[in-house]
Design a binder for this molecule. Structure first.
Ligand SMILES: Nc1nc2c(ncn2[C@@H]2O[C@H](COP(=O)(O)OP(=O)(O)OP(=O)(O)O)[C@@H](O)[C@H]2O)c(=O)[nH]1
Ligand SMILES: [Mg+2]
Length: 333
């Protein structure tokens, strides 16, 4: 049987850090995909071992002691092992070129924070044709200033290498009363969202409107991006209210000076993947909603539309935010 052509080849998902590994364990994809968890804690890797495909233990195996510098060093000793694993997966899946490379980082302590810049720059260098999709998890404010500072310092270096999708624990977990339930909820939430994005980007059929790698790459601009998602029964149920609901509250809070001095306009990209009539009126409503926003650069708006028999996922992404590292950001983000 002929293998159907995928929109993008995205055969693997990576995680760096203990929190990121727990999120990766919640990513649910078919057996065609590989989940690779990279961390310096042997114990934390053993906890998720059965839910991922490959674990790579770096450094001493005892964690990076909340020291990003140590985390970076620990990763550097095992980068070649990571590349070998990725190349093995490429051979096994008979994929010549990886189009999309999603990676999750948990920021605030040692390994995830220390890995971000090094992992992004070396993956970018090694897999030149792949589009990176970094998801960075930022800490809760209750964790304190040193954790937040470490996360921001890591992010400030990482986002110079590549636009990062920020997912704030504080924002996603808003409304949860206790930490254990919020971690559970957040991990499932983010894991689910990443799975949906990968499944949409590697769709084989039902593609009504496709995007190219260059479309996606031109969407990613500035330091930071954000992503939100809503699931509806069918595309017919998509209306301005639903869009407002997901567009209203972002998963990141950054200092974003919309119109001063000049408007660094946000880029918007959306995916509609699922059943429904994809009516002209609902598509018009989305386009209109976006075009009405002065802070949005609509010149390159090209959605990914996939019509297939499943609940309809609407994924909304914005990029072009700047990360301002100053004292105001700490605690306000
Ligand atoms: N969403 C989510 N965030 C987590 C979880 N565990 C930790 N975090 C967040 O991730 C940040 C970094 O923590 P870890 O991932 O445990 O740190 P690490 O990168 O393993 O660092 P070291 O253990 O010092 O090497 C924390 O400050 C938390 O905000 C989790 O299960 N889910
Ligand atoms: Mg750890």
């Amino acid at each position: 049987m002929a293998i159907k052509q995928k929109l993008f080849n995205a055969p693997l998902v990576l995680s760096f850090g203990s929190g990121a590994g727990k999120i990766l364990s919640k990513v649910s994809l078919s057996d065609d995909y590989y989940k690779l968890a990279v961390n310096s804690s042997e114990r934390d890797l053993s906890i998720i071992e059965n839910d991922v495909d490959v674990v790579i233990c770096c450094g001493s195996g005892r964690g990076s002691a909340m020291e990003p510098q140590q985390g970076r060093l620990d990763l550097s000793t095992r980068l070649s092992v990571l590349f070998n694993k990725i190349d093995d997966i490429r051979k096994e899946t008979k994929i010549k070129e990886i189009d999309l490379l999603p990676a999750i980082f948990s920021l605030g302590h040692g390994f995830g924070s220390g890995s971000l810049e090094l992992a992004l720059s070396s993956l970018k260098e090694k897999y030149k044709d792949a589009l990176l999709m970094p998801f960075v998890i930022t800490p809760f404010t209750w964790e304190g200033n040193s954790v937040i500072r470490r996360a921001y310092e890591a992010l400030s270096k990482g986002c110079k290498v590549h636009t990062c999708f920020v997912i704030s624990n504080e924002q996603v977990g808003a409304g949860c009363k206790d930490v254990s339930s919020s971690y559970e909820k957040i991990n499932s939430h983010i894991g689910n969202l990443i799975s949906i994005m990968i499944r949409s980007f590697s769709a084989t059929d039902g593609l009504l409107q496709t995007v190219d790698k260059s479309d996606l790459s031109s969407f990613m601009s500035g330091d930071l991006a954000t992503v939100r998602h809503v699931r509806i029964k069918s595309a017919d149920d998509l209306n301005v209210e639903t869009i407002k609901h997901i567009a209203g509250e972002r998963w990141l809070k950054v200092v974003y000076k919309a119109f001063k001095p000049a408007p660094p306009k946000l880029k918007v990209f959306y995916i509609m993947d699922g059943r429904g009539a994809f009516s002209i009126s609902s598509l018009e409503a989305v386009q209109q909603y976006i075009s009405d926003k002065e802070y949005v650069d609509t010149s390159k708006l090209k959605p990914l539309l996939i019509q297939r028999n499943k609940d309809c996922d609407f994924v909304w992404m914005e990029s072009g935010f700047n990360l301002a590292i100053d004292s105001n950001v700490y605690g306000v983000y």
